[in-house]
Design a protein around this ligand. Structure first.
Ligand code: NFE
Length: 517
């Protein structure tokens, strides 16, 4: 029997620093371990400050999903205040976070993941007259002629024979890669119209959005979103379908536990009837969300353990990181702690969060008929059931389904905004209050909890973040984290080029900066 350990450290084309290790026996993964390699402590850094700073500071957890932290922080403080945004406040909030999330989905597919599937060297065979493809062809030719050690990095060198074979798939995706950058720029501009800046918009606050929606701003936002809509609905979705047809086996590779958690996302102007529902699907059965089921485990995380490792939200900030001597001991120990990520669990189960969770939970709730129609038509076209959604391609496909759904919603919301009317209600920060805020960040379910003291300053703050769910280490029961499970049993064609592993991990779009926060 051949046995070999494959360590990838760090995995590139993701956010932050992820190390993962697998044991391969006879070409099959028999053990997997994901390690978040840094500690940040932003929850602890908030303690003692005015509660309104949480919106700004928690955004600095991340460069790609800051909007989601601003929203969750605002929702948590609104919950503590006992208020909701007004009509315009809710709509503008949706428009900021929705546009930002669309930009992030394009970033993930085209910039971070497409190069796992698309053959950039196919441009050398291109004989057409499309200027953008020709520009890439010329660039690759010039790079290959140069004497640099890594010509055409980061696109080359490539593992041979592992990419899409169809010239059309490759040419179209390469053209769309460039086009996606322009669309991402437009979406970023749209975020900045009402967010005042992007990244890290400053106008999302408890009470709504502090920008006044003038007719000019609304018209500009609308035109940017309309120009992005065609690309998202046609090009993005079609590129995923083209990749799906080239790599049908990736609807079977990367299956996790198949249990899903999502939070409600994008409400109507009254803060109700969300576009995506909250809840869980466990063993195929959908149930509404009950936050009391969330606990965090830290047996394999670099924190000092209490006897009971199940910690409730707002109790986790009392956890103290282990000191450096202990850290070195744990690393040497067989079966020791191995990640700075904690291990959130729902009903004691390991939940996958993200695009598949959002699509499956919403579909099963039956509350969004348009989504169900779109999902049914795609499943028919590709011959899929939800079983195949539990896979590398299922995750990519669900992102495109979500993006097509979100862009219609934010356009409808734009038309409901009342021009020139305030989008913000101001309130004092409540004293001795507790609140929570739930949303869906690009990568999945995001929750913030806040507790204020007798002066209204932050006494305690807790975040449970999408990638923390997905990338979590084992828990006290010994069960593997969600991505660890996805890696298990994978057949590796060439252990010297284990691209299957990278494709699996990237399909969850991990963000380690958020994960450890
Ligand atoms: Ni840093 Fe994030 C998203 C949040 S993490 S990217 O999306 O919250 O999983």
């Amino acid at each position: 029997m051949s046995e070999r350990k494959i360590t990838i450290d760090p995995l590139t084309r993701i956010e932050g620093h992820l190390k993962f290790e697998t044991i391969i026996k006879d070409g099959v993964v028999t053990d997997a371990k994901c390690s978040a390699e840094m500690y940040r402590g932003i929850e602890k850094a908030l303690i003692g400050y005015d509660a309104r700073v949480a919106q700004q500071v928690t955004q600095r957890v991340c460069g790609v999903c800051p909007y989601a932290h601003a929203e969750a922080a605002s929702l948590a403080l609104e919950d503590a205040m006992g208020i909701k945004p007004n009509h315009n406040g809710q709509l503008l909030r949706n428009m900021i976070v929705g546009a930002y999330q669309l930009q992030d989905h394009l970033l993930h597919f085209y910039i971070l993941s497409a190069l796992d599937f698309i053959d950039i060297t196919a441009v050398l065979k291109y004989e057409g007259d499309d200027d953008s493809i020709l520009s890439v062809k010329k660039w690759v030719q010039n790079e290959l002629k140069s004497n640099k050690i890594f010509p055409a990095a980061p696109f080359l060198p490539r593992y041979e024979a592992m990419y899409a074979k169809g010239n059309n798939t490759n040419f179209t995706a390469i053209k769309n890669y460039l086009e996606a950058i322009r669309v991402m720029a437009d979406l970023t501009k749209a975020v900045a119209i009402f967010g005042a800046k992007a990244p890290h918009p400053v106008t999302l606050e408890a009470g709504g959005v502090t920008t006044i929606p003038t007719i000019g701003k609304l018209a500009k936002y609308r035109s940017l979103i309309i120009s992005a809509r065609k690309f998202i609905k046609d090009n993005y979705l079609n590129d995923i379908i083209a990749v799906a047809k080239e790599f049908p086996e990736y609807f079977k590779i990367g299956a996790g536990y198949g249990d899903y958690l999502s939070f409600e996302y994008l409400p109507d102007e009254n803060g109700e009837n969300h576009l995506f529902v909250g809840g869980s699907t466990i063993d195929g059965k959908y149930e509404e969300l009950d936050l009391k089921n969330i606990f965090e485990d830290h047996k394999y995380s670099y924190y000092k353990s209490k006897p009971d490792s199940n910690v409730r939200p707002l109790d986790s900030t009392i956890l103290t990181p282990i000191d450096y001597e202990e850290f070195k001991e744990e690393q040497k120990k067989e079966g020791g702690k191995y990640s700075w990520s904690r291990a959130p669990r729902y009903k004691g189960k390991i939940m996958e969060v993200g695009p598949v969770a959002r699509v499956i939970n919403t579909y099963k709730s039956g509350k969004n008929k348009k989504l169900n129609t779109l999902v049914d038509s795609i499943n028919k076209k590709l011959g899929l059931t939800f079983k195949e959604y539990n896979s590398v391609l299922g995750r990519h496909l669900c992102r495109a389904i979500m993006a097509a759904t979100i862009i219609d919603k934010i356009l409808e919301d734009t038309d409901k905004v009342i021009p020139d009317e305030l989008a913000f209600v101001e309130r004092d920060v409540p004293k001795n209050a507790v609140g929570f805020g739930l949303t869906e960040a690009t990568r999945g379910a995001l929750a913030h909890w806040i507790e204020t003291d007798e002066k209204g300053l932050i006494k305690n703050y807790d975040m449970i973040v999408p990638t923390t769910w997905n990338i979590s280490p084992k828990d006290a029961s010994g069960a593997l984290g969600a991505v660890e499970k996805m890696l298990m049993d994978t057949k590796i064609k060439d252990p010297d080029n284990p691209i299957e592993l990278a494709r699996i991990v990237r399909s969850t779009d991990p963000c380690l900066a958020c994960s450890v926060h």
